[in-house]
Design a protein around this ligand. Structure first.
Ligand SMILES: [Zn+2]
Length: 229
C-alpha cells in the first residue's frame, strides 16, 4: 500500500540541493554521495588555517572555521543558493546537525560564550522571509550548549548585493553597515559570528569590528563555506 506521499514524490521527487539528483530511500536533505564527497575543510582541526590567516588581516579573531571550500559552479554553491534564495532552511539545520558534533569534538570553539548570526537588513529579511543562517546558528548553539544573541547587532544600511560587486568596492559598500545597541545584558565576551559564505571577508570584518568597538570581548567566526583560493 503506497501513501499519498509516495505518490507525490514519484512525480515531484525531493532533490539533493548540492547535486540536484533525486533523493532516494532513507536520504534526507543531502544525498549520501554528496555527504561523502562535498569538499569539507580541515579547519576544526587546524587552528592556524588559511581562513584564520586571511581574516586576521582585517579583524582580530581567535578561531575561524569554514565548513566547506567554496568554488565557482560547484555543488557547494548550488547548496548555498538553495538555502539562501529558495527557502530551503532545512539545509542549515541538516548541516549543523551533521557537522556540529565535529566542532564539539575538536574543541575549536570551546572558549566561545555566545553565538551571534550576522543579521540581514530588515527589508531584505522581510523580502526573503527568513535569515538563511538563523536555523543553522540556532542548531549549532544547541550542539555547543551556548546562548544565541539576536538583539545586539543590527544592519542599518541596506547594501547592494556584494557578490555582484567588484571586490575593491565591497569594502566601501559594507563600511558602517552594522550598528550595535549596547545592552547591560551583554558584557564583553567571546562571540561566535556566523555567516553563510566568506569571500573577501568584508562583511564579517565590518560586523566584527563594530561589535568589538561597542562591546569589547573576543571574536571567533564560522561560516558554511569560504573561498580560499
Ligand atoms: Zn547530492
Amino acid at each position: 500500500m503506497h501513501s499519498l506521499g509516495d505518490f507525490v514524490s514519484l512525480f515531484f521527487p525531493k532533490l539533493c540541493p548540492a547535486c540536484m539528483n533525486p533523493l532516494c530511500g532513507t536520504e534526507k536533505v543531502i544525498c549520501f554521495e554528496c555527504q561523502f564527497s562535498l569538499p569539507q575543510t580541515d579547519h576544526p582541526w587546524d587552528i592556524r588555517n588559511a581562513l584564520w590567516e586571511k581574516m586576521n588581516e582585517f579583524l582580530k579573531i581567535e578561531r575561524a572555521v569554514a565548513l566547506f571550500d567554496f568554488q565557482k559552479h560547484s555543488r557547494v554553491v548550488s547548496m548555498l543558493y538553495q538555502l539562501k534564495y529558495r527557502g530551503h532552511q532545512d539545509i542549515g539545520l541538516f548541516i549543523a546537525n551533521w557537522l556540529a558534533p565535529q566542532l564539539r569534538k575538536s574543541k575549536v570553539f570551546e572558549e566561545v560564550e555566545a553565538v551571534l548570526p550576522l543579521p540581514l537588513h530588515p527589508k531584505r529579511q522581510k523580502h526573503r522571509g527568513y535569515n538563511q543562517i538563523q536555523l543553522f546558528s540556532e542548531t549549532l548553539a544547541k550542539h555547543l550548549d551556548l546562548p544565541m544573541v539576536n538583539d545586539l547587532v543590527y544592519r542599518k544600511k541596506q547594501t547592494q548585493q556584494l557578490a555582484k560587486m567588484e571586490k575593491s568596492k565591497r569594502w566601501n559598500e559594507i563600511e558602517d553597515a552594522f550598528e550595535v545597541i549596547p545592552s547591560q545584558k551583554y558584557p564583553p565576551q567571546h562571540w561566535l559570528l556566523v555567516d553563510d559564505v566568506i569571500t573577501t571577508g568584508a562583511t564579517i570584518s565590518s560586523c566584527g569590528n563594530t561589535l568589538l568597538e561597542a562591546c569589547g570581548g573576543r571574536i571567533s567566526i564560522v561560516s558554511l563555506a569560504s573561498r580560499l583560493s
